[in-house]
Design a protein around this ligand. Structure first.
Ligand code: MRU
Length: 357
């Protein structure tokens, strides 16, 4: 893929300088600033404050974070090293609760550590770096594969609607829900994309509209409450969204507002596709009710991004960052290993079995 945004590496390791390099997503689209973070506290803060965001990107940042967190360890023995590793793991795991990729990546790092247990601490550190780099490199391939599968569901000239940002900066590269749009752009599909602004943190307006415009994709920004009218006017032939966690029954947590879009899509008979790497599928959650939903600070709704408060002082605010889309509203879940259809219990389990082979 050759678009200018595909050239951006929004999460990478600068091992020589013991730093995680992140494109600060809170400053986009106005400033393109790369942060160099060296401490686990800075990395925790970057995840919590959405400087790095999007489920796969959070997982990659956490994998690099845990490596950097133990890289300078002076532990005299393996038990001491493991102890330090577990402390950093627990700390990074407390940064955000919903995206399962965070826990998936941290567990994968611990599995690697356990597999290398018989080696020297220097070798274990080298293996942890390799594992984090693998997680990042694999995500690029995963996203391309999701893009190909999702593109097979779309037709040239279609209008597509997306919510939040599941694009290149939310992953190692290419994105999940935006990957088929980039592939289509290269192949002359001429999609028209409607990007929901995605209140309250405006990932759609600030990030998706920016990414797609940079790539030359025909993108139109709409407020969240305009999704119904563009669907009614026949402007949307499919909805594509990313996700933060898929339960075993296919219920899917994604950015707040996604379930409303799915309900509208069902009403207007528009297919609703969720793009999900297998690392986002959590078979330990039987259904959506088991997915922890992050509650965030009140000021994100009332004051953040505004010059003056946009709500009366001390008004009560409810700010859940995600909602769960019922599996009955989902036409298909597109993974790197193929497309899952209902009944999702079976199709997701089969795809995960494939993965473990
Ligand atoms: O709070 P955010 O911005 O991290 O939420 C992100 C989303 O909801 C994305 O749609 C999801 O993580 C998929 S990113 C490929």
């Amino acid at each position: 893929m050759t678009t200018p945004v595909a050239a951006i590496q929004s999460v990478r390791l600068d091992d020589d300088n013991n730093a995680l390099v992140l494109l600060d997503q809170t400053l986009l689209p106005n400033e393109k600033v790369f942060l160099k973070l060296s401490t686990v506290e800075e990395i925790w803060d970057a995840i919590y404050h959405l400087k790095v965001r999007g489920a796969p990107a959070i997982g990659i940042a956490a994998a690099y974070g845990i490596y950097l967190g133990v890289k300078q360890s002076k532990a005299a023995d393996h038990a001491g090293f493991l102890n330090e590793f577990k402390k950093v793991k627990q700390y990074l795991a407390s940064s955000r609760p919903t995206a399962v990729n965070l826990f998936w990546a941290l567990n994968r790092m611990e599995d690697r550590l356990q597999r290398e247990a018989g080696r020297s601490i220097v070798d274990i550190k080298r293996a942890l770096k390799e594992e984090a780099e693998n997680i990042r490199a694999e995500d690029e391939k995963v996203c391309l594969s999701i893009g190909e599968h999702a593109l097979s569901l779309l037709e040239p000239g279609w209008g597509l609607l997306t919510h939040c940002n599941a694009g290149t900066i939310a992953t190692a590269k290419y994105g999940t829900a935006l990957a088929p749009i980039y592939l289509g752009q290269e192949r002359g599909y001429d999609f028209r994309v409607y990007a929901d602004e995605t209140r309250p943190l405006l990932q759609g307006a600030r990030l998706t509209a920016w990414e797609l415009q940079e790539a030359g994709v025909g993108v139109t920004l709409i407020c969240d409450n305009m999704a119904s009218i563009v669907m009614k006017e026949g402007k949307v032939q499919a909805v594509l969204v990313g996700c933060d966690r898929v339960a075993a029954n296919g219920d899917t947590a994604n950015k707040i507002g996604t379930s409303g879009v799915a309900i509208l899509a069902k009403h207007y008979g528009i297919p609703f596709y969720v793009c999900a790497p297998l690392s986002t599928i959590d078979l330990d959650c039987a259904a959506g009710d088991d997915i922890p939903i992050e509650l965030r600070k009140e000021e994100e709704v009332s004051t953040t991004w505004y010059e003056k408060p946009m709500a009366p002082e001390n008004v009560k605010v409810y700010n859940p960052a995600f909602d769960v889309t019922d599996h009955e509203l989902i036409t298909a879940i597109v993974t790197e290993k193929g497309i899952a259809y209902a009944p999702f219990e079976e199709s997701l389990r089969d795809l995960m079995k494939e993965e473990c082979k």
